[in-house]
Design a protein. Structure first.
Lengths: 349, 283, 286
């Protein structure tokens, strides 16, 4: 068990700045997800923590020990790779035992620990098989068992579920959460899948363009995004951004006046699709519906507010037809205000 | 990692670089130097002796003729083989294995194998005799029958080295996605058109390397020639061997070596130019 | 088939039945011709090798093995120098395998795993060897080999043969190592291995079959090489050099016996590595 301090880490590939002074503290036993689109630097950061890449400047401190200059094997961590990296020429048992063998643990100890990790991941049945005979999901379990068997201070996971099909991914996600909660290992988990990050993590660090845009609990980053990017990246449908003009602390859309945190100027109004409700009498913010998609649990309405694209979630029983103009009511407390110039959220008035 | 471990790749390639420098680059320079050195410093005396030799023009002529006949036939035959093999539904592996057996056979052994067929009391004459075409053993491989000797050498070379072209072409064919040809088929292209317009252009890089490899080796040819015709059919590499080993004249041998190298490089350059593929045209 | 085209309905049905099988017949006839083309000379040289003096001069010859026995082959092997030449060939080929793998595989690994300055220059050096008739470079080495005591030794021959096999080994092992995901090594590092341990425990076992194939090709390259071996040896000849030397004066059946012994291991080796043939050559010819 250990905490991780990532201190102003910079990484450049040629002239490309993959990480620009990234700092992050992960508490002992905490599960942090690094979430972002491809190319945002999340995998690079993870590989720097693991020691597979060398940072250009900055420090990595694990459990109070500066590991910045240490080889991966000396950092006391374990990792689950995107393609599992389960060794094809070793049995499942030998794979799970690999880290223990390198630590020169006694034979009995190896057996005991492998069996415990295998039981945790439900792979006791095929310990003597070779990975080629396993399905993707089973290999995934082997990779996780191998990582947990060494009882690492820190567990790093690089998109571990991205190669599984959708159903299996959901199943593994649930199971992973249970297993890791029981193990209580400090975990950093890289993913581009927001539902994985939301479902698994204690805190999510949303990365974009080589920096961390926001770090917070899943609910925090979802409800109060710190930047335009975070709002747009999280949620399905993503947050709507409506350009409005503020004057004397209010912004007007149609007949609706909303309290605006800035005294005046251009702002963007961030509105989650499910935070707007259809007004019964057609009053409120006018919304021109262009497409209605029944999703089962809800209706997804795509249309325009004030001539700008917006997606709104409506109850499945709502009667809305394409081409119709409906009115929306919003709770001002659930709105996000973005400074149009900086893309950063502005504190609510 | 890069800054900490940047010396590793250099340490890994260093032994092979040193080795190639010692046994490839140094002899290369030595050969050129040797060929230009006479009794008193730099001179063309070795080249003059080479060009003045009776066998020289014959060796040039024979080597070129052999290359010009053998290499195109090998490529064509390999293409036919590859196409036929690709049509097979079963037995493809065994067919490929049989067709590639000559890959492991040296030119000397190939010459000897064909000698068993073509010698005076060999199987060809026996067959011709059985058919009543010839009355008794006939010599095919002597100085008096230069054309049949040439044909025999060409045959043995084609027999031996078509396999390597076949392997390179099949390796290349495996890289061409089937969809291209299938798409052409859907648009109504006939098999021959598909081959000419789709397969052949995409195969160009493989053809290029096969041609370079084969041509360079064809200018080096000599053991197959010796096995079948002795010294009756002079070729460039054979002359180099004779000057070195029998006449003990290393200078003239080096001049021959430089000539062979110059021809090989010229051929390589020609192929690289004529058959160049722009990277954006690759699938 | 032209006869059936006038009949309308049943003809099309019949044609769709017969055309593929007629084609298949044609295809297999063609394949049979090609097989014969490849195999018949080997068969005849084998007959010559085991037929002895009698067999060689029999006229007219039968294509069936008539006076075949192991005696002529034994006689050939008993000739002074033959066994020694065979041994020299094996030593030279064995050393070529060792040198080309030991020198080539690390280079292949470096090319596969690292991006480094000079990488393209190195690749050019390797590819450059292909545009040169390499065996001919043995010519100037005679003098320095005499001085160094390498002349007329299988070791000296193997050095030149390594020049032939090394570029091949480097390119093939490069692609071999590229086929082994870097993640395996990284996983080994994370789980406690040094770089060397990771290579030895994870990369090596996975690369072994491909390395074996590379080794076999290196062996065949050396085993078959005639020119350099003939230039660099006098007494300690390799089998190819020996056969070339005695070509003019030895009786035919000895030549055939020698030819057959040259062919045999190569054919067996090609069979052993047939699975790798196309991968290896596809790579090496890039």
């Amino acid at each position: 068990m250990a905490d991780i301090v990532i201190d102003r880490v910079v990484k450049e590939f040629g002239s490309f700045r993959a990480l620009q002074e990234v700092s992050l503290n992960v508490r002992d036993g905490e599960f942090v997800a690094l979430l972002g689109p491809s190319g945002c630097g999340k995998t690079t950061l993870l590989r720097i923590i693991a020691g597979l890449e060398k940072q250009d400047s900055g420090r990595i401190v694990i459990g109070g020990r500066d590991v910045s200059e240490l080889a991966p094997r000396k950092r006391g961590l374990a990792m689950v790779f995107q393609n599992y990296a389960v060794f094809p020429h070793m049995t499942v048992f030998e794979n799970v035992a690999f880290g223990l063998r390198m630590q020169k643990v006694t034979q009995d100890e190896v057996k005991r620990k492998v069996e415990r990790a295998a039981a945790l991941l439900h792979i006791e049945g095929y310990l003597d098989r070779y990975p080629a005979k396993l399905s993707g999901g089973q290999r995934q379990r082997v990779a996780v068992a191998r990582a947990l068997a060494v009882e690492p201070a820190v567990l790093l996971m690089d998109e571990p579920l991205s190669n599984l099909d959708a159903l299996l991914r959901l199943e593994m996600r649930t199971e992973l959460k249970a297993v890791l909660r029981e193990a209580g290992t400090t975990t950093i988990y890289v993913t581009h899948d927001q539902t994985e990050a939301m479902g698994l993590a204690d805190r999510i660090a949303v990365m974009y363009g080589g920096r961390i845009d926001q770090i917070g609990t899943p609910l925090e980053v979802y409800a109060t995004p710190a930047t335009r990017f975070v709002g747009g990246f999280l949620g399905s449908p993503p947050m709507n951004f409506i350009k409005v003009r503020c004057a004397q602390g209010t912004a007007r859309i149609g007949d609706t006046a909303l309290p605006c945190p800035a005294a005046g100027g251009e702002m963007e109004l961030g509105l989650r699709g499910e935070d707007a409700s259809l007004a019964s009498n057609g009053s409120g913010i006018p919304f021109d519906v262009r497409v209605v998609e029944p999703m089962g649990s809800h209706l997804l309405l795509t249309g325009a507010i004030d001539g700008q694209l917006a997606r709104i979630v409506a109850p499945p029983t709502a009667t809305v037809t394409a081409g119709e103009r409906v009115g929306l009511t919003v709770d001002p407390a659930r709105l996000t205000w973005i400074d149009g110039a900086t893309g950063r959220a502005v504190a609510r008035a | 990692m890069s800054s900490r471990t940047s010396w590793i790749p250099y340490a890994l390639i260093a032994p092979s670089v040193l080795f190639l420098a010692a046994f490839f680059l140094v002899p290369l320079v030595q050969t050129v130097w040797l060929s230009f050195s006479g009794d008193e410093g730099l001179s063309l005396v070795n080249y003059q002796r080479m060009a003045g030799d009776l066998n020289f023009s014959l060796a040039i002529q024979n080597t070129f003729l052999l290359t010009l006949v053998v290499v195109p036939i090998q490529v064509a035959l390999a293409l036919v083989m590859a196409t036929m093999v690709s049509k097979l539904e079963k037995g493809r592996d065994i067919a490929l294995w049989i067709l590639t057996i000559p890959l492991g056979i040296s030119d000397l052994a190939a010459g000897l194998a064909w000698l068993s067929l073509l010698q005076n009391t060999g199987y060809l004459n026996s067959a011709l005799y059985a058919l009543g075409i010839i009355p008794g053993p006939v010599g095919w491989l002597s100085q008096e029958t230069p054309w049949s000797l040439f044909a025999a050498i060409a045959m043995a070379e084609i027999w031996r080295a078509t396999a390597i072209v076949l392997v390179i072409l099949i390796a290349g064919l495996q890289l061409i996605p089937k969809e291209f040809s299938e798409a052409a088929e859907i648009f109504g292209a006939q098999p021959w058109t598909r081959f000419r317009r789709i397969t052949l252009p995409l195969l160009k890089p493989s053809l290029q390397s096969a041609l370079i490899l084969r041509t360079v080796l064809a200018f080096e040819v000599f053991a197959v020639v010796y096995a079948l015709g002795g010294r009756n059919f002079p070729v460039l590499a054979g002359e180099a061997y004779t000057w070195q080993n029998e006449n003990q004249n290393y200078g003239v041998a080096a001049a021959y070596a430089v000539l062979i190298m110059a021809i090989s490089l010229a051929a390589t350059a020609l192929y690289l130019r004529v058959l160049r593929t722009r990277p954006e045209q690759l699938p | 088939m032209t006869a059936t085209t006038s009949e309308v309905q049943p003809a099309t049905a019949a044609r769709s039945m017969t055309l593929p099988s007629a084609r298949r017949l044609l295809l297999w006839t063609g394949m049979a011709v090609l097989f014969a083309w490849v195999l018949v000379p080997i068969y005849f040289v084998a007959l010559g090798a085991f037929g002895g003096r009698l067999g060689v001069f029999r006229w007219p010859k039968s294509i069936w093995p008539s006076d075949v026995s192991f005696a002529p082959m034994m006689q050939f092997l008993a000739i002074e120098g033959v066994f020694n030449a065979l041994l020299n060939s094996l030593i030279a080929a064995g050393l070529t395998v060792v040198f080309s793998i030991l020198l080539g595989a690390p280079a292949g690994y470096a090319l596969a795993r690292y991006a480094f300055r000079g990488q393209n220059a190195y690749r050019l050096l390797v590819l450059l060897t292909r545009a040169f008739p390499l065996a001919i470079l043995a010519l100037p080495l005679t003098v320095s080999f005499i001085r160094l005591g390498l002349y007329d030794t299988p070791f000296g021959v193997s050095l030149i043969h390594t020049v032939l096999a090394l570029p091949f080994a480097a390119l093939v092992t490069q692609s071999l190592f590229m086929g082994i995901p870097r993640e395996y090594e990284e996983a080994a590092w994370v789980f406690g291995c040094t770089r060397f341990q990771a290579f030895w425990k994870v990369v090596m076992p996975l690369a072994l079959p491909g390395l074996a194939a590379t080794a076999i090709f290196a062996f065949v390259i050396s085993w078959n090489e005639v020119f350099a071996a003939s230039i660099l040896t006098v007494r300690e000849r390799t089998l190819t050099a020996y056969l070339l030397k005695i070509l003019a004066e030895s009786p035919l059946h000895y030549r055939f016996a020698g030819g057959f012994i040259l062919i045999l291991p190569s054919v067996l080796f090609i069979f052993a590595v047939r699975k790798y043939l196309f991968a290896v050559w596809g790579i090496a010819s890039k």
